[in-house]
Structures are given as C-alpha cells and as structure tokens.
Design a protein around this ligand. Sequence first.
Ligand SMILES: Nc1nc2c(c(=O)[nH]1)N[C@H]1C(S)=C(S)[C@@H](COP(=O)(O)O)O[C@H]1N2
Ligand SMILES: [Mo]
Length: 240
Amino acid sequence: MTQTIWTGRRKLLRLSLGAAAATLLPGCRISENETVEAALKRVSRFNDAAQAALFRPQTLAPTFSRSELTLPFRFNAFYSSASVPEIDESQWRFKVDGLVRKPGEWTLKELKALPPQTEITRLVCIEGWSAIGQWTGVPLSHFLALIGADTSAKYVAFRCADGYYTSIDMASALHPQTMLAFSFNGQDSLPDEFGFPLRLRIPTKLGFKNPKHLTGLTVSNEFTSGYWEDLHGYNWFAGL
Ligand SMILES: Nc1nc2c(c(=O)[nH]1)N[C@H]1C(S)=C(S)[C@@H](COP(=O)(O)O)O[C@H]1N2
Ligand SMILES: [Mo]
C-alpha cells in the first residue's frame, strides 16, 4: 500500500497517510479472526480513500511533443503479444448500462463520430517501465454526459474482450484528460496489441487502470475491483 517516494508535496502527503493507515487507524489492529491479507486489503481501501481525497480534478498529467514518442511503444497484458484478441469491428459493440438514462450499444463508427481529443501522455506500468504515446478519443466526461450518466454515482466499471476488468472513481472518470481512445500515434485505429477497438486512456493513473479491448462500461455505486487488484492486491485507486 505504500507508494514510491517521489518528489512533490502530494506524493509525500499520500505516503504519510498510507503510513498513518498502517499505524494509527484505531480499527486497524489485526484481530485473530482476520488474515494478514484481509487486513492489508482494508489498509489499501483506506489508501484509496486518502488518494481520492487528495485527487485534484483539474490538475493535468504532463503532456509531451511528438518528438518524445516512445517508438516502438511497449506492449503489456496478462498474456503475450501472440495472444492478443482479434476483434471483428462489424460484430463489436460498446455496451453501456447501470446508472445511465440511455443504456445501449455503440458501434466504433458512432464513437469515432463524436468530437475527438488528442493527448500525448506517459503510460506508467507498475512493473517499472513507462512509455509516451499519443491517443485520440472521446473525453469520457463528454461520453458520460451523452449517455445521461448519473455523475454523482461513485464508480465507472469497465469490462474487456479478454476478460480483463477494472473500475475507477467518478472524479477520475470526469478528469479532462480521461478518454475512451480509439486511435494511437495518429493512426486511423488502435493497433490490435494496444487495445483495438477501444481502450480507456487515463494518464492520472497507472497502466493497469487503462483497460484495452473494451466491451462495455457500468456506472454504479457498488464497488467492484479489477483484475490485478483482485489477483495481486494492487491498490485500486492507483493514482500517479
Ligand atoms: N484488456 C486488457 N487491458 C489491459 C491489460 C490487459 O492485460 N488486458 N493490461 C494493463 C496493463 S498492466 C498495462 S501496463 C497496460 C499496457 O498497455 P499497452 O499495451 O498499450 O502498453 O494495459 C492495461 N490494460
Ligand atoms: Mo501494467
């Protein structure tokens, strides 16, 4: 649950809150009936709340110029690049449900017809590497407005064609740089390995919060976690 120590006030504050969670929270003593794992999960959820409280909705992640693009870009998934799903665009739909006034399905063509935004940002993987890329897509805040999402709901959860899943807090979903990306480095579409046909691009969070090959989203007040969060106990908020 402890974050890497970076420079910057927010990061240090976050670290100290994490430490406070471990040592000072009255309810944080591990009882005989609780496994260490369950206790750590509880501390990590406290850390989620601390990060959410410290999140500044208008503070932008750094952006870069075309000359700074990482070429070739780096692939990562819970499988090798040989096993990347091949998705047939004619069959693919993006399904939206949950606390939205207009649940339904979107084709890639419909999504690409929405006013796009382009950003060159850094994707930071928890495994210790980062890469700079250019993504184009529809700002998630705009898309949520279009589907009549209840933006007072707590979470937006995403599901993917390869079984991957994760969810994010609403404040991060509404951040101006958060987008449903459908193109990469100026190409017409996302390359297969980088998430065709649609991925979440959220430069204020770690790479594993950027699901590829999206098939749908759910707006909800119920907490659902994510693939790596469930499997390896990665911190759910995962802010940068
Ligand atoms: N559908 C899906 N999305 C995913 C993953 C995955 O395995 N499946 N891996 C995540 C991880 S851990 C990272 S670091 C980034 C990597 O994205 P990239 O291949 O564009 O570098 O995708 C994220 N999104
Ligand atoms: Mo990652």
